[in-house]
Design a protein around this ligand. Structure first.
Ligand code: ATP
Ligand code: MG
Length: 637
């Protein structure tokens, strides 16, 4: 039995963060540098809009780069590793300072001013991070769009944010193959109603890159011109906007999350200490992409604000082989690593020797977020890594930093497999019954909500649409003014939270409400299952019927029709045993790939639509279209 939450120091810190909210966050604010200290810690006069550190002036780039020059000019700030182009390059804080100023000057020469939007559509290369930091330096608002998104998705994001400049590259690389971007940039600019006046191209020499006269500028040429440029950090109000970032689009049209400057800087600085327990000078390796919130917060701003070294990795987890990440951990003595359950499941299909044969003893903790971390995967990776602790953390693009997580920088509490532990300081959580709208008791399922005001770092609003912000997030619970996460959770008697899945992933089988996540967890217990998705399909008799799509570790077992039937039966029997026959899927289909968003989340709504013979819906964030083709094909069987 784990120690009950109430008896922890963590619980005391958390209670204080809510009861003495302003005093708590005033203390946290001291760990960043201010050009002008805030006059008011929180202005919550217009709920649900919280304005943190009113009157304060600061700059994200100053906090991430300039302020470290005195003590860490020669310390690596950013280590760029590409297993796609076989490049590796280290930038010290002094190098980063120089590169960012050069980039900022180039942006100025292309007309970028404070408050303007800049769209960054780039692969995972150092220049992408220079561009983000250059925007922050100038006070321009960046909107990073995942490199390789199709032209219509890019065009929609151009029209939403109306950038004056787009920064792009000739190509990304995936699995050793070039993914050319320029034709997508050109096509998106053609499709957009309000295309950017200028496009800055970083030419990596990977793909043909025809330049549009008068619009396109070449980064390499301008860089030589502006090599020694100096640009001061623009003083930004804490409540100004720093960036726009779209949610993953797992449940529908992506929402443009708008973030502030001061609250975000403080929230990230605090999280690096309290949650990630990473010291200045230590190495932080986040395997996400700058196109996602995890990349914004924990590849770029978090580690740099903290004075740590960040690793920027371009490539797959299994190329050249499944040992690549652990080789990086060994070589750079990585202290903390951040990845996704999806990546962990990819590695689980490989031999654990890739992890055990490396010296990963520097790695204190591996943080995983973005999707439910099923217990078998958590156990597997924990065993393969030996001494490294696995920390499941739950959050959203909207919040910018973890909502539910262990906070080992405050206290080294025990973790439980399948649980992201406790509420982070600053988050006042409520678990609300879905029909009575009352708070639920221990082990009872509820909608996971946050009582406002939201803490620093969370979204200011939905870009250009305050109304959508209020209506989307604050009206799910009638009669109570709460921010809804749209996820179900339980809290056990010891205070540990468990995420059960999204509120729209619940299915109703003959009057029984079942979470697709629970069924997936049960199926994961079958030893040959690497990954599985369960959806509810309309059924004349039962209302809805669970249907499973499974990826096998060893697909050879389902080569023959006989083998397929036997495996399907075995999986159904596993569900019977774990959950009962009521949850048994009507069918188990076998595929080699599941449809996911580019951020690695299962697109259950698309599988469900196809299974019901409908159109798959908004697929702009789909990673690999062939996954949907496979689903269509097996549905015919
Ligand atoms: P959209 O809101 O556009 O439909 P999205 O919710 O997938 O997309 P993100 O903000 O990237 O966009 O993802 C946040 C969601 O991811 C959470 O609401 C939750 O459903 C899921 N999630 C994140 N971390 C965890 C975790 N540790 N365990 C379980 N689920 C998680
Ligand atoms: Mg969401």
């Amino acid at each position: 039995m784990a120690r009950p939450y109430d008896t922890t120091r963590l619980a005391q810190v958390h209670a204080r963060s809510i009861q003495e909210r302003e005093a708590f966050w005033a203390e946290q604010a001291k760990t960043i540098d201010w050009m002008k200290p805030p006059q008011q810690i929180l202005d919550y006069s217009k709920p649900p809009f919280s304005r943190w550190y009113v009157g304060g002036e600061t700059n994200l780039c100053y906090n991430a780069v300039d302020r470290h020059l005195a003590a860490r000019a020669n310390q690596p700030a950013l280590i760029y590793i590409s297993t796609e182009t076989n490049e590796e390059k280290t930038y010290t804080y002094a190098d980063l300072h120089r590169e960012v100023q050069t980039m900022a000057t180039i942006m100025q020469s292309l007309g970028v001013k404070k408050g303007d939007r800049v769209l960054i559509y780039m692969p995972m290369i150092a220049e992408a991070i220079f561009a983000m930091l250059a925007c922050a330096r100038l006070g321009a608002i960046h909107s990073v769009v995942f490199g390789g998104f199709a032209a219509p998705s890019l065009a929609a994001r151009i029209d939403d944010a109306t950038p004056v400049l787009m920064v792009s590259a000739d190509a990304g690389m995936r699995s050793g193959k070039e993914v050319p971007y320029k034709h997508l940039v050109d096509e998106a600019c053609r499709l957009a109603q309000k295309p950017p006046a200028k496009v800055l191209m970083v030419n990596r020499g990977l793909a043909q890159c025809g330049m549009v006269a008068g619009r396109d500028a070449d980064y390499a040429a301008l860089r030589t011109q502006h090599q020694a440029a100096q640009v001061p950090c623009a003083p930004m109000l804490a409540t100004d906007s720093s960036y726009i970032l779209y949610t993953s689009g797992t449940t529908g049209k992506p929402k443009g999350v708008q973030r502030d400057v001061g609250g975000y800087a403080v929230a990230l600085a605090a999280s690096m200490r309290h949650i990630f327990d990473c010291k200045p000078g230590e190495v932080f390796f986040c395997t996400s992409d700058i196109g996602w919130v995890v990349g914004h917060s924990y590849i770029v701003y978090g580690p740099l604000i903290n004075g740590s070294t960040t690793i920027v990795y371009e490539g797959l987890p299994i190329r050249p082989d499944a040992g690549i990440w652990w080789q990086i951990v060994e070589r750079y003595k990585v202290s903390a690593m951040f990845s996704s359950p999806t990546a962990a499941r990819v590695l689980k299909k490989q031999d654990p020797k890739y992890m055990t044969e490396r010296n990963t003893s520097s790695l204190r903790r591996l943080f995983l977020a973005g999707e439910p971390l099923d217990e078998p995967t958590a156990r597997w990776i924990s065993e393969a890594l030996g001494g490294t602790k696995i920390i499941d953390n739950y959050w959203q693009t909207e919040t910018g930093w973890p909502i539910l997580t262990a906070q080992h920088g405050i206290e080294d509490t025990e973790t439980k497999f399948g649980s992201p532990s406790f509420a982070a300081y600053g988050y006042d959580m409520r678990l609300i019954h879905e029909s009575t709208f009352e708070e639920v008791g221990a082990n009872e399922k509820g909608m996971l909500c946050i009582a406002p005001p939201l803490p620093p770092g969370c979204l200011q609003t939905v870009w250009g649409d305050d109304d959508r912000f209020v209506k989307t997030y604050f009206s799910a619970v009638p009669g109570k003014y709460l921010y809804s996460t749209f996820d179900y959770a339980t809290r056990d008697a010891e205070g540990y939270y468990f995420i059960l899945g999204r509120t729209d992933d619940v299915i109703n089988v003959a009057g029984h409400r079942l979470g697709t996540r629970e069924i997936e967890e049960a199926i994961q217990a079958h030893p040959n299952v690497a990954e599985v998705a369960v959806v509810g399909v309309a059924d004349a008799l039962k209302g809805q019927m669970p249907m499973a799509f499974a990826v096998l570790k060893n697909p050879a077992t389902v080569q023959t029709e006989e083998g397929r039937k036997a495996e399907e039966k075995a999986i159904m029997a596993t569900v019977d045993k774990e959950l009962g026959a009521i949850a048994r899927p009507g069918r188990v289909h076998f595929v080699t790939l599941l449809p996911k968003t580019r951020s690695g989340k299962l697109l259950r709504r698309a599988m469900q639509a196809l299974a019901e013979g409908k159109d798959a819906g908004d697929m702009t964030t789909l990673e690999d279209p062939s996954a949907l083709e496979q689903i269509k094909a097996v549905l015919k069987t």
